[in-house]
Design a protein around this ligand. Structure first.
Ligand code: GLY
Ligand code: MN
Ligand code: MN
Length: 411
């Protein structure tokens, strides 16, 4: 049986190990776990791990797995441990064959110690008895959400060991994930390049009367031509009135002469996302009215991108775009916020109050949606925060009125 491929390609094994070492150092001997999450691969769709686990391991296909951090363990090889569910041939025949614990599995995963989940209760108890400090790494849940499985487990452990407390380290992985490494940026750039190929294909075939689904198929064929194995999210291909529905997904109507079409999509490469929106005139030419509105959104987007720099917050960036749109009289038609962090997830974690830092990647995506006029316009790019300001990673994709009209005309 082969575990070749247990770790997703794209990020070197060494980098995963460095991420884990960083967590270990930050916990200063407190015992932490990061769980992959439960469940079985569904028939429709794909099982997805907790992305903090994926970020630390590159493993996307192991439900019920976890990384244990035990910095005070006298055996240095047991300070960071990968814990996997036991191999079960009767289950694995359904979902994929898995390696027994072996030198190969340790080599493939980059962990010096790989154990099975049956050892967890003993290991947690031993570690907690020694350190009396547990570390919650999972983001804190809202009161109407379930308590996370790791926190529930830690509450049980600490209830059984006098003087054992639980420290809050719930921001650590979000802070780490917000700043992208060179290897991560390489994947994001590749995902953007694949999205650009998809949008180019749409520009070549778009015309009144073509179906939204046909355009989606062209889009995704373009992604795949650049090596994308999956979409970062379900594409939004909404023409006319559907363009005013922010998360429209049916993509099953016909386009019509005079419609604008909101095309919001992203290819994924090696599990890293892209997220780009372009608004295209179905017949290849913006009308005078459409152009006027488009220019407002573009001006708002330009102002917001300009506001992206180290030290700024997304709230400030949002305000820059919102001012342009409000000053033009369309404040009530911009119902969402300016954007979000992007990486392993299309919507990566990252609070609005965080001060931007070099290496962060955010989307900038203002829009105006006027339902009664069946007109929706959104423009979205993926922006890297740099030492001096920002770099638009998706600037190669046609965006101005003249660039878009030229891209459609060249078909
Ligand atoms: N398509 C979802 C977003 O742009 O955030
Ligand atoms: Mn989007
Ligand atoms: Mn977005």
């Amino acid at each position: 049986m082969s575990s070749a491929g247990i770790v997703e390609p794209g990020i070197p094994l060494k980098e995963y190990a460095e991420r884990r070492n960083r967590v270990l150092r930050a916990l200063k001997g407190a015992v932490g776990v990061v769980m992959s999450g439960d469940g079985a691969p569904p028939l429709r769709g794909e099982w997805m791990p907790n992305m903090d686990f994926a970020y630390l391991t590159g493993i996307f296909t192991e439900p019920g797995a976890m990384v244990l951090f035990d910095g005070g363990n006298p055996d240095p090889k047991k300070r960071i441990v990968l814990i996997l569910k036991p191999v079960n041939p009767e289950i694995d025949v359904w979902d994929g064959y898995r390696d027994l614990i072996s030198e190969k599995l340790r080599k493939d995963t980059g962990f010096e110690t790989v154990l099975r989940t049956l050892h967890l209760p003993r290991m947690m108890t031993e570690a907690a008895k020694r350190s009396r400090k547990l570390a919650l790494l999972h983001p804190l849940a809202a009161y109407n959400q379930p308590v996370s499985a790791d926190y529930e487990m830690m509450q049980k452990v600490s209830a059984r060991i006098p003087g054992c407390s639980i420290e809050d380290h719930s921001d650590l992985l979000t802070e780490m994930r917000m700043v992208k490494s060179a290897a991560e940026l390489k994947q994001i750039r590749a995902a953007i390049k694949a999205t650009a190929a998809g949008i180019d294909r749409v520009c070549r075939v778009i015309r009144p009367g073509i179906g939204e689904r046909e355009l989606q198929n062209e889009l995704v064929a373009g992604f795949q031509s650049e090596g994308s194995m999956r979409n970062a999210f379900d594409p939004i291909v909404g023409s006319g009135h559907r363009g005013t529905v922010l998360h429209y997904k049916a993509n099953n109507q016909m386009t019509a002469d005079g419609d604008l079409m909101v095309l919001d999509s992203g290819a994924e490469i090696n599990r890293y996302a892209s997220d780009i929106t372009r608004t295209l005139p179905v017949n290849g030419k913006f009308s005078k009215e459409q152009k006027k509105l488009y220019e407002v959104v573009l001006k708002a987007q330009t102002a917001a991108i300009k506001a992206v720099k180290p030290g700024a917050t997304m709230a400030q960036v949002d305000a820059a775009a919102r001012k342009v749109i409000s000053d033009a009289g369309y404040g009530d038609y911009y119902p969402h916020s300016i954007g979000h962090h992007m990486g392993l997830e299309t919507h990566d974690p990252g609070p609005n109050s965080v001060k931007l830092k070099p290496g962060m990647v955010v989307t900038i995506e203002p829009g105006i949606y006027i339902e009664k006029d069946s007109i929706g316009i959104r423009i979205e790019d993926d922006i890297l925060v740099t030492e001096t300001g920002s770099k638009n990673l998706s600037s190669m994709i046609p965006k101005t009125v003249s660039e878009i009209e030229a891209a459609i005309a060249k078909k």
